[in-house]
Ligand binder design. Structure first.
Ligand code: ASP
Ligand code: MG
Length: 425
């Protein structure tokens, strides 16, 4: 059996829905298939906006109407009859959303509310895609991923309970798959108590990997609006090239350094179960895209990966001593405690420099914790550029003659921290 994941970009309009249906129809449907869908287009961002207003006790009704109108618009071409049942699905979902917002009005944990509300994007998207597929003659069953994927209650970052999840999926879904396609949601799971959790932004890829590994699928295909995994961001480098093949390790490394084509958590479960990940274009479905498996890339392509919005934190001990290992440990433990990711670390005689993502609230907490022992200086507006297999010409092109604020080099890996503004052109 196989797993397909369709992201928001592939389902953002009527054309996308029709294209998805065609793509599914072109498959050999005697081959079992489970489909994971994200929220349509930019719905998750829109729901975050709605939630912001709700939380600030501002009027959010216009956002609800926009949510409804957007989904009506997406279904319009496929279902021109205004009385079509598909619109009742949207109306019902909007009522559920309104009710949920009322029910949550005394809840004080923002992150918990976030998960209960933002998950409506995936719920509605899956209802609509399910309806559209069935209407097009592709018989499929809607499954609630909040039941299938069990997580703890780390809101917005739900951690999967693999044992229960595998058991749920294997015991119930295999039998259905023998005669029907399954359609379910990405990005969401559920706790033991039945609350909804989300798995981190862009987490639908990871959901695909959870289903694929539980079902021992022959592959997971992620349908994207890019041809596959490219060696650079095509918005920055017009002649970015496609990797036709990457090893799990190579792909994981790239996502770790900031390549956004696949969600970073996706690869580990696939590697453990030895399931290939295919990253393909829904715009050019006849092309094979990138296959991520045990086989390493033989193309010897350099990869260029940008991480924006980086901050440099410089720390120096108050006692003016050489930095000791205990102090380095103290800083790293504090980073772990406030959940701040160290993207690059440099230690000199007196100073420890950390390059991290711009998370102001977490950085404040870190500084607070360390203020008794360390002076600090914080510099925002950098970007971290990671180069794999680069030669000196490419490195020169990237720096454009500027000297990096921080530079690390080991083997075929170069990491440069450069000021964001100057390098943006
Ligand atoms: N809809 C969610 C998001 O936009 C999950 C996903 O797209 O993978 O983050
Ligand atoms: Mg998405």
């Amino acid at each position: 059996m196989r797993v397909f994941k369709f992201g928001g970009a592939s389902l953002k309009d009527s054309w996308g829905i029709q294209n998805m249906i065609n793509l599914v129809k072109q498959q050999n449907l005697s081959n079992e298939l489970l489909i994971v869908v994200s929220a349509m287009g930019k719905t998750t961002n829109a729901l975050e906006e709605l939630l912001k207003k709700y939380w600030q006790k501002a009027d959010y009704q216009a956002n609800i109407q926009a949510f409804k109108a957007y989904h009506y618009g997406v279904m319009k071409d496929g279902f021109p009859d205004e009385d079509d049942e598909v619109y009742a699905l949207i109306d019902d979902c909007v009522i559920d959303l309104q009710n949920e917002l009322v029910e949550l009005k005394n809840e004080s944990d923002f992150d918990k509310v976030y998960d209960q509300i933002v998950s409506f994007g995936e719920i509605l998207s899956s209802r609509l895609v399910h309806y559209a597929l069935n209407q097009a003659g592709v018989v499929c069953e809607w499954i609630d991923a909040r039941w299938a994927i069990r997580t703890d209650h780390t809101w917005r970052e739900g951690r999967v309970d693999w044992e229960i999840t595998n058991q749920n999926i294997q015991s119930e879904l295999s039998a259905i798959l023998a005669h029907k396609i399954i359609l379910t949601q990405g990005f969401i799971g559920g706790t033991e108590k039945g609350d909804t959790t989300t798995l981190g932004r862009e987490g639908s890829d990871f959901s695909g990997a959870v289903f694929a590994s539980a079902l021992q699928a022959q592959s997971l295909t992620i349908w994207k609006d890019v041809p596959g995994v490219l060696n650079a961001d095509p918005k920055r480098l017009s002649n970015a090239e496609l990797f036709t093949q990457l090893s799990y390790r190579e792909a994981s490394e790239m996502t770790y350094y900031g390549a956004s084509v696949i969600h970073p958590k996706t690869i580990a479960p696939l590697k453990r179960a030895n399931i290939p990940l295919l990253v393909r274009s829904f715009l050019e479905p006849h092309k094979t895209g990138t296959c991520i498996s045990e086989a390493t890339s033989e193309q010897n392509l350099a990869a260029i990966i940008h991480k924006n919005q980086q901050v440099l934190i410089h720390l120096e001990t108050i006692k003016f001593n050489y930095l000791r290992e205990e102090e380095v440990a103290e800083v790293l433990v504090a980073c772990a405690e406030v959940n701040l990711k160290v993207n690059l670390l440099h230690k000199s005689a007196f100073e420890l420099t950390i390059c991290t993502d711009n998370r102001p609230e977490r950085i404040d907490r870190l500084i607070d914790r360390l203020s008794e022992d360390f002076y600090n200086k914080i510099e925002p507006d950098f970007e971290l550029i990671t180069l794999l297999n680069a030669n000196s010409t490419l490195i020169g092109q990237i720096t454009g003659g500027q000297s990096p604020a921080l530079l690390e080099h080991r083997g075929n890996l170069y990491q440069l921290v450069l000021p964001l503004s100057k390098n943006k052109s």
